[in-house]
Design a protein around this ligand. Structure first.
Ligand code: ADP
Ligand code: MG
Length: 224
């Protein structure tokens, strides 16, 4: 690694990836490095990490085209299973949510609903919508991060599962704010989705309850 590229600080040690803050040719960046898993056969492990690195990087690049705020990808290093992306200054929604007044909650969750509808109507499933994967910048722009579980799908079921996960996160981590925030979110989702289709959003939202009763959800840690 040349001195133009420097990992300076570890931000997070995750189950699947370690994240470092650093610099890349004068830019403030995050290095997302997918770590080897000893329990997987080496060759298979390498393939999985390469595929997931590519999948996440491609998703970030593609969804940016719809005007969604996601970190810009600077480099994809498949040899080291690393994505170099722009460091987004701001605070995780998870950390600021308890201190927001109602009008800000309304504003942010409505906008998040629009962002997710924009993803969904273009065939992208985020796969891990949580308040830790949303960053609010000092200018109050909303950034979506962590496309590690991203998939392509046009089915109602997959879109509902995406929304259902977010609902569960809000209930478990922000129970007090859940109802208000999720309603604002669905309102934003509906108003954005409606622009292309007047009925599909209804089926997607209705199906959240069906998923709930079936208890169908996938947690990222349950993946191979
Ligand atoms: N582009 C970014 N800019 C700023 N912080 C980031 C960025 N990407 C990730 N982070 C920080 O690192 C944490 C973990 O990154 P994430 O991509 O969500 O990986 P994980 O799969 O471990 O959840 C995030 O919650 C956030 O705090
Ligand atoms: Mg995350």
């Amino acid at each position: 690694m040349s001195s133009d590229v420097e990992k300076e600080k570890i931000i997070r040690k995750g189950a699947e990836a370690n994240l470092y803050y650093g610099h890349w040719f004068g830019k403030e960046v995050i290095f997302k490095y997918r770590i080897p898993k000893k329990y997987r056969i080496e060759e298979l492990d390498k393939r999985i990490r390469t595929e997931r690195t590519l999948n996440e990087a491609r998703a970030l690049i593609r969804v940016k085209k719809y005007g969604i705020n996601v970190p810009q990808v600077f480099e994809i290093d498949t040899v080291n299973s690393t994505i170099v992306m722009k460091y987004v200054h701001g605070t995780k929604l998870k950390d600021i949510l308890p201190n927001l007044d109602d009008s800000k909650k309304q504003l942010y969750f409505n906008e998040i609903g629009r962002i997710i509808a924009n993803l969904h109507k273009n065939g992208h499933i985020h796969g891990d919508i949580t308040t830790s994967n949303i960053i609010i910048t000092p200018e109050e722009n909303i950034f979506l991060i962590d496309f590690g579980l991203h998939e392509y799908s046009d089915t109602i079921e997959d879109k509902s599962v995406d929304l259902h996960l977010f609902k569960r996160v809000l209930i478990s981590s922000h129970g007090k704010d859940y109802k208000y925030c999720f309603d604002a979110f669905l309102e934003g989702y509906r108003s954005e989705y409606k622009k292309i289709d007047s009925t599909e959003w209804k089926a997607i939202i209705k199906n959240i309850d069906a998923i709930e009763s079936r208890g169908r959800y996938i947690k990222s840690e349950e993946r191979l």
